[in-house]
Design a protein around this ligand. Structure first.
Ligand code: HEM
Length: 450
């Protein structure tokens, strides 16, 4: 057998990094400028991606709901994207098997490496930098999605939840012991981030947890759900995903040599039985790690913020048993994951119009929570609200969040113990929001408890 090698005299030489960076920077800037121009001209969907509208997206969601109602149910944006924004329409799209997370032929949507500007050249560092991140389950349709989801599901069985609750209590107690009593501190780095990082690391049996490093990876990967923002972000993303792959490749070897009762050991078993590949295992583990803390961190931050801005923190202090209901109300009122997307796998009739095959539809989960047709007085945060309609904060249909019970439990433990241990907790200093559209929550949240 002979191996064909490219003739170095004729093979295209890779672009020097400064040139590919310049090209990449230009492409990103042009794309963002195009979106901003549409936002300035009043395109509601484009506004969701840009400041200042992104900082408080709820009035824009109301606009999209009105646009959608005028269009028969689906809002149309000049960006080429469609959007659904009411509880009913979002639920319908999420549950409809004619929609998927990929294009009808299985290709990734918005894959920039498909683009003519990189010429599909795999040696082009720009193409490598723009390669879409592998989001495992989140980026897969049936049958691969069904097969992988089945393998991950046992980790989230209810009997395991009680074991994780004990961990959450112990960790929260330790973190709150260390919280300053006489000066302001950052709620995110003190509690909201390290709590879910500890719980998910235990679930994955990751030794030597490096909380600040994990939090940094989470920020970079989480921001990429909106697409790559800059050349710096592209490089940070490529470093973070390489580091994550190394971490899990190493963990796979350890679990193979010394199996335990954890999810990675179960997945290694499936790997040996050839039910999944090593790449699939590593991507799934990455998803569990990042999804396991990026979102829950925001849930705790958004809950404390909403309690204070609505003047209901003292209600929780008077009755810490209210924590579970505060978490449900936060998930409706200001959810950590604001939106997702689906693609029509065939021509679909929706709201009296035909969506052509491969049309992308934004599903505005956070807008569904503010839909007056589903929730009475939806812009009021009411910790005692009777949730008559389930919010869509954990999505719906085939991709319904696997960690929903875990996230609820962690949020509940955090709020209950905050109210008991730091009853005078209040905002103090800066609330710095994340730079993101899909994920919503504080990057830093100054508070004090004296
Ligand atoms: C408040 C916290 C959380 C929120 C708001 C949240 C939200 C979501 C949403 C909206 C989706 C579906 C996205 C879509 O339909 O395209 C999802 C999927 C997922 N979530 Fe969560 N999540 C949270 C916490 C967690 C936790 C703690 C884990 C645990 C590891 C987790 C693991 C996953 C996984 C594995 C999926 C993919 C499911 C699939 O595609 O089949 N999530 N989550």
């Amino acid at each position: 057998m002979t191996t064909q090698q490219a003739d170095p005299r004729t093979a295209p030489s890779p672009l020097p990094r400064w040139r590919s960076d310049l090209r990449l920077g230009t492409r990103i800037a042009v794309m963002r400028a195009g979106g901003l121009a549409l936002a300035l001209r009043g395109d509601a969907v484009a506004r969701l991606m840009h400041r200042p509208w992104r900082l408080d997206p709820y009035p824009t969601y109301a606009r999209v709901r009105a646009d959608a109602a005028a269009e028969g149910g689906v809002a149309r944006s000049r960006t080429g994207i469609r959007a659904v924004a009411t509880h009913e329409a979002c639920t319908a799209v999420l549950r409809d098997r004619r929609f998927g997370v990929r294009l009808a032929d299985g290709r990734m949507p918005f894959d920039p490496t498909d683009d003519a500007s990189t010429g599909g050249d795999p040696t082009d560092p720009e193409a490598a930098l723009l390669e879409p991140i592998d989001l495992s389950l989140l980026g897969l349709d049936a049958p691969d999605h069904t097969r992988l989801r089945r393998l991950a599901q046992p980790t989230f069985a209810p009997r395991r939840l009680e074991q994780y609750r004990e961990t959450a209590r112990t960790v929260t107690g330790r973190l709150l012991d260390a919280a300053p009593r006489d000066e302001p501190f950052d709620l995110v780095s003190t509690l909201a981030a390290p709590l879910p990082i500890s719980v998910i690391s235990e679930l994955l049996a990751i030794p030597d947890v490096d909380t600040p490093r994990f939090a940094a990876w989470g920020r970079v990967v989480g921001a990429a759900l909106d697409g790559v923002r800059s050349v710096r972000h592209a490089h940070a993303l490529s470093r973070a995903t390489a580091d994550l792959r190394l971490l899990f490749a190493d963990l796979v070897e350890r679990r193979r040599a010394d199996p335990g009762d954890d999810v990675i050991s179960q997945l290694v078993h499936a790997l040996d039985e050839e039910t999944l590949t090593l790449d699939e295992l590593v991507s799934l583990a990455q998803l569990l790690l990042i999804a396991g803390f990026e979102t829950t961190t925001n849930l705790v931050g958004n809950a404390v913020r909403a309690l204070h801005s609505s003047g209901t923190w003292d209600d929780l202090v008077a009755d810490p048993g209210l924590a579970a209901s505060v978490i449900e109300e936060t998930l409706r009122f200001d959810p950590p994951v604001q939106l997702t997307a689906r693609f029509a796998h065939e021509d679909v009739e929706l709201g009296g119009r035909t969506l052509r095959r491969d049309t992308g539809v934004l599903v505005l989960l956070a807008s569904a929570g503010r839909d007056p047709a589903a929730h009475a007085d939806p812009d009021r945060f009411d910790p005692r609200r009777e949730q008559t309609t389930t919010h869509l904060a954990f999505s719906g249909g085939a991709h319904y969040c696997l960690g929903a019970s875990l996230a609820r439990m962690e949020g509940e433990v955090a709020l209950e113990m905050l109210a008991q241990r730091l009853p005078r907790l209040r905002p103090s200093g800066r609330f710095v929001p994340r730079v993101a559209t899909v994920l919503r929550g504080p990057r830093r949240f100054g508070v004090r408890a004296d």
